[in-house]
Design a protein around this ligand. Structure first.
Ligand SMILES: Cc1ncc(COP(=O)(O)O)c(C=O)c1O
Ligand SMILES: [Zn+2]
Length: 364
């Protein structure tokens, strides 16, 4: 299987150690899944790899790497809203979908040491799966990252490098190490295998509900869930099992909204957004590397972007907790954005929101 450069079209085998193309372009996979067919779901596999017929995978290494991630329930919040409980995962966030697929690929490719940068959850997840796969791991996190996330990352045997400054400074420090040392960059943003894992968010919803709800709200920082979800939805569309795209609402932070700002004026590239501190640390990405790709989908399918009002995040979190759902601040921001969307457009029916991160992780 090959990677193709999204900028210059160069092709390299996926076993490459190069994080991106020499021209600076990011990789995409040269992979078309076969037509969707429910009979191709491997129902004896209790986890995301039950959808492996529709995932680009190298070898059988996933069998020793998987921890049964995925298979999260969909529950009603009220008559209009469904929640997909993606914090019911081995490391308590949806990132396990992507990390399981990415680290299975690393193991199959013989990688023995990786670095990665993250606002916390993706690092947590990559560290856990590396621990399981016996791969050395160093995670770069920005200062101010929830101490609980840092403790969890260390507990998996990974080294944590706390970088002064914001999320971009952290990414830059990590990428410098990749350039200087040639170490494998197990990035949830750069590496296309991560998105093969996040595609399963949609395959699961479709298997559970036998349909796709009318509105999907998706928190979008770097867009790993957004892009995986859109790829899987395009697959279902192309296979003729759904007849239209659902209405997708990408959720950004009011304090860091480069995609929202770009979408307001139809810009192709993410806008220069001011990045003020926000409780929604997981989506505070001022320079999303795949921003143009995300925006192109937003325009192609008439999607919307909604910001989460900062002042509404804590009340939204409390409202969910009162109903038994204790989620992290970034996840409460998705609910706050849904409420703000309803305020603007009136009540909408049949919306699905992912509960991406568990509450104890951001309790500080
Ligand atoms: C809880 C939570 N929700 C949503 C996101 C957004 O994911 P992405 O940056 O891939 O769009 C993150 C990312 O870390 C997260 O931790
Ligand atoms: Zn290139």
């Amino acid at each position: 299987m090959d990677f193709i450069c999204t900028k210059c079209g160069r092709r390299v085998p996926t076993a490459t150690r190069a994080a991106s193309c020499e021209c600076g372009g990011l990789w995409k996979l040269d992979y078309e899944p076969p037509k969707y067919d429910p009979d191709k779901i491997e129902r004896d596999t209790w986890g995301i790899f039950r959808y492996r017929a529709f995932m680009a995978l190298t070898g059988e290494e996933w069998r020793s790497v998987t921890m049964g991630e995925g298979m999260t329930p969909v529950i009603p919040l009220d008559d209009d809203v469904l929640l997909k409980m993606d914090y019911y995962m081995p490391t308590l966030s949806f990132k396990d979908r992507g990390a399981a697929a990415l680290i299975a690929h690393c193991k199959a490719a013989g990688v023995d040491s990786v670095v990665q940068d993250s606002s916390g959850n993706a690092g947590n997840s990559v560290a856990a799966y590396c621990g399981r796969a016996g791969i050395r791991c160093e995670i770069f996190v920005p200062e101010g990252t929830s101490p609980k996330k840092i403790t969890m990352i260390r507990s998996h045997g990974a080294t944590v490098n706390i970088v002064p400054g914001n999320r971009e400074a952290c990414a830059n420090a990590c990428r410098k190490k990749v350039r200087d040392t040639g170490i494998f960059y197990a990035s949830h943003v750069y590496n296309p295998f991560f998105y093969e894992g996040t595609k399963t968010y949609i395959y699961e919803i479709f298997e559970q509900l036998h349909r796709i709800p009318a509105y999907l709200f998706i928190p979008t920082g770097n867009g790993t869930l957004f892009l995986g979800a859109v790829k899987a939805l395009e697959h279902l569309l192309a296979s003729g099992v759904i007849d239209k795209m659902p209405h997708i609402v990408a959720v950004q932070s009011e304090h860091c909204d480069p995609l929202y700002a770009a979408a307001q004026s139809g810009e192709k590239a993410p806008a220069k957004a001011d990045s003020r501190p926000t409780l929604a640390e997981g989506i505070a990405i001022a320079e999303p590397m795949r921003g143009e790709e995300i925006l192109s989908y937003i325009y192609r399918y008439g999607m919307e972007v909604q910001t989460a009002p900062e002042a509404e995040i804590l009340p939204a979190r409390a409202a969910l907790a009162e109903r038994g759902i204790f989620c992290e601040h970034t996840t409460a921001a998705t609910y706050a954005a849904y409420l703000a969307y309803c305020k603007k457009h009136g009540k909408i029916r049949d919306a699905l929101l992912p509960m991406c991160g568990a509450g104890l992780k951001s309790e500080h």
